[in-house]
Design a protein around this ligand. Structure first.
Ligand code: PMP
Length: 346
């Protein structure tokens, strides 16, 4: 069930650019509703092939949520114990879902940011000899996108005699950008790759280099990073998987264009997607569609096709700013009844 996610054509009502077609790749169609199901499958299967995992072993990972949910699913299915470290600010429904799938969740303090949860996972893996997924460093991350995500995009467009003029993505680990980007550049060299990040956490834009430990993990966080609402995007360091992707292709860099996402537009665009397209995606999906619309307005020409990523489902954000205006519209009595009613009886 992992992969082979559909491309959804967005209507002119949201794109505002008639003559330029934007397709969104619906990663919420994966079994646990995010792009990270691909990575979990790849990391666990690679470890099994390399003899690093046997039944009953413990798998540990640091994650903003989607990876943890995906890894917990794989562990439950294949008989591994699962421990997840996750920084406090990420949404509570993510923690609940991991626990539902049998994982132990360790919440790390907000002050330690993304690096705090990464350090905690490494410390526990070392201490107990657990298998650490290393999503920010491992080649198994980007390779699954080279094998699946990239070919799916190019092949699905070929079936309707279309080519991909622009491919738009953000980054968390950079696995999607590196792997799918590599495949797209090698197999569709005219495609321009657009990478985006929140204006509040402009790591690429400020040309930051991350100092690394021997295993490639970050040895520092960066002052250019500020809290931003796009969960799953842009940690407070440049992941090794992203760095390798950015350096690929020599002078013909993998990133052709860059879009900075201003405050507020990610949530606004996710809400518009829900209300004008019936597409329920997360905050990063809203940000990516906004970047695709910017690309349509500023770079593309009539007849061009743009593909952008929808990394996960909006249902993962019920307690976050994505639903804040919905909460505000529900009156206190309604919310109280909804929260206290133990079961639904007609
Ligand atoms: N959006 C969301 C919601 C995510 O959880 C992630 C992964 N952390 C991404 C986008 C980015 O994916 P990648 O790690 O492949 O860069």
């Amino acid at each position: 069930m992992v992969g082979n996610t559909p491309l959804i054509k967005l209507s002119d009502e949201i794109t505002g650019t008639p003559g330029i077609t934007i397709y969104a790749k619906a990663e919420f169609a994966n079994p646990l509703s995010s792009v990270k199901d691909r990575l979990a499958l790849s990391i666990i299967e690679t470890a099994e092939k390399e003899g690093k995992l046997k039944k009953g072993d413990t798998v540990i990972e640091a994650t903003s949520g989607n990876t943890g949910i995906a890894v917990a699913m794989m562990c439950a299915q294949r008989g591994y114990k699962c421990v997840i470290t996750m920084a406090e600010p990420f949404s509570v429904e993510r923690r609940k879902l991991m626990r539902m799938l049998g994982a132990q969740v360790i919440v790390t303090p907000k002050a330690g940011k993304g690096k705090g949860m990464v350090d905690k996972a490494a410390e526990l893996a070392e201490k107990h000899g657990w298998f650490l997924c290393h999503q920010f460093e491992t080649d198994a991350n980007w390779k699954i996108h080279e094998e699946t995500t990239g070919p799916e995009i190019i092949n699905d467009l070929a079936k309707i005699n279309a080519k991909c003029d622009y491919w738009v993505t953000g980054y968390g680990t950079g696995g999607t950008f590196h792997g799918a980007g590599k495949y797209i550049k090698e197999n569709s060299p005219t495609t321009k790759i657009v990478l985006s990040e929140p204006g509040a956490a402009a790591l690429i834009d400020s040309g930051i280099q991350t100092k690394r430990n021997d295993d490639g993990s970050p040895a520092e966080t960066h002052p250019a990073f500020a809290a931003h609402p796009i969960q799953g995007w842009t940690p407070d360091f440049i992941p090794l998987v992203l760095e390798k992707g950015l350096a690929m292709n020599g002078d013909n860099k993998l990133m052709d264009e860059y879009v900075s996402i201003p405050d507020g537009v990610a949530v606004e665009t996710s809400m518009k997607l829900a209300r004008t397209q019936g597409i329920l995606t997360g905050i990063s999906g809203g940000a990516t569609v906004w970047a695709a619309i910017e690309t349509a307005k500023n770079s593309a020409k009539k007849g061009d096709v743009i593909v952008c990523m929808l990394p996960d489902t909006g249902e993962r954000y019920l307690s976050t700013p994505l639903f804040a205006s919905i909460d505000a519209d529900m009156n206190d009595a309604e919310l109280k009844i909804a929260r206290s009613t133990p079961s639904f009886i007609l």
